[in-house]
Write a protein that binds this ligand. Structure first.
Ligand SMILES: [Zn+2]
Length: 330
């Protein structure tokens, strides 16, 4: 048995076309010209702009707590069908909040959906709230406070997402991250996805990140790779997403081999699986089928994932037991 731990997946990338059509009907949202499938799903690799455009097509649904609950619940059901044992989702509530539906209401709806999904599948879950680079300092601090108020009740971490080339400065977000860290939340940050390697170091030193989302460009700089390995920084890799956003030209160019050689711990995610049509089990299959990982390396991935996951203690014990059982069957 393979232990599948999904550590980089966005709730906003979880609205499948059938759900979109149903939610649109309920809310009287007009169907896009070529239908929801075309509006949401990427048919082939493109650029980060087209990738994010497809994700953003689902944003109108995230203004409704009922829809958010359904999307979160379905994410867990689909993860269970994919064979996943733990699903850590991330969600940027400030993008969707309105005067009527505040961030807390939307986050509580997401947590309810995750709890419902967990109750019917047994898949454990955690929610990471994402601040956004293009949002004002006070907005991101408010997101941190929403997260902190729900620490221990399903919120497990804090993240920074958004366009790092357009909004490179991390200093404006230092306070938001210190609020999250002080409450014991895990810290991750999308970094060195499009920008140079050393920006990942800045995310670690300024924000306290222990994990870096994507981090593809870390591989461009041997010194930064050595530093990440030495510091025990974990890179969340999402290979198919990197191809679909144009971060790498082909899977064979993924930097996972450079990370392995440098001794950098990696964990796996499916980023926005509705847009790419590839879920975590597909990403996991790439490790052996395309990248040539050994059985031992696959087991080590499960262990690294459990170590790096922002987990409630009981979930850590359960997943560790699963990994131990898997190891005994190799
Ligand atoms: Zn991401």
């Amino acid at each position: 048995m393979t232990v599948l731990v999904n550590l980089h997946s966005h709730l906003e990338g979880r609205v499948n076309p059938a759900t979109a059509a149903a939610l649109a009907k309920e809310a009287s949202i007009p169907t896009p010209g070529d239908g929801w499938d075309d509006a949401i799903v990427l048919k082939k690799p493109g650029s980060l702009t087209t990738y994010l455009h497809k994700v953003a097509a689902t944003y109108p649904f995230f203004r409704s707590p009922e829809a958010v609950r359904r999307i979160a619940r379905e994410a867990v059901l689909e993860a269970a069908a994919d064979g996943e044992h733990h699903l850590e989702l991330r969600f940027g509530p400030a993008t969707h909040a309105t005067d009527e539906r505040g961030m807390g209401t939307l986050v509580d709806a997401a947590l309810e959906g995750l709890r419902d999904g967990r109750a019917s599948t047994g898949v454990s879950t955690g929610l990471v709230l994402a601040a956004l680079r293009h949002h004002d300092t006070d907005v991101n601090e408010a997101v941190a406070r929403v997260a902190v108020a729900r620490a221990g009740e399903g919120i497990v971490g804090f993240d920074l997402a958004g366009d790092e080339l357009l909004y490179p400065a991390l200093e404006p977000h230092v306070k938001a991250f210190s609020i999250a860290r002080a409450a014991g939340l895990g810290i991750t940050c999308h970094a060195a996805e499009a920008a140079p390697a050393h920006w990942a170091q800045t995310a670690v030193s300024l924000l306290g990140a222990t994990r870096i989302g994507h981090g593809a460009h870390i591989a461009d700089d041997p010194d930064v790779m050595a530093w990440c390995a030495d510091q025990g920084i974990v890179v969340e890799i999402c290979p198919t997403s990197n191809v679909y956003t144009g971060a790498i030209p082909a899977l064979q160019q993924h930097p996972e081999q450079a990370f392995r050689r440098a001794g950098i711990a990696m964990v796996l995610g499916d980023d926005n699986p509705v847009q790419t049509g590839r879920m975590l089990a597909d990403e996991h299959a790439l490790l052996t089928d395309v990248f040539g990982w050994s059985a031992t390396e696959v087991v080590n991935l499960a262990r690294a994932s459990i170590n790096a996951a922002f987990l409630e203690p009981a979930d850590r014990i359960r997943l560790t037991q699963l990994a131990d059982d898997a190891l005994s069957h190799i």
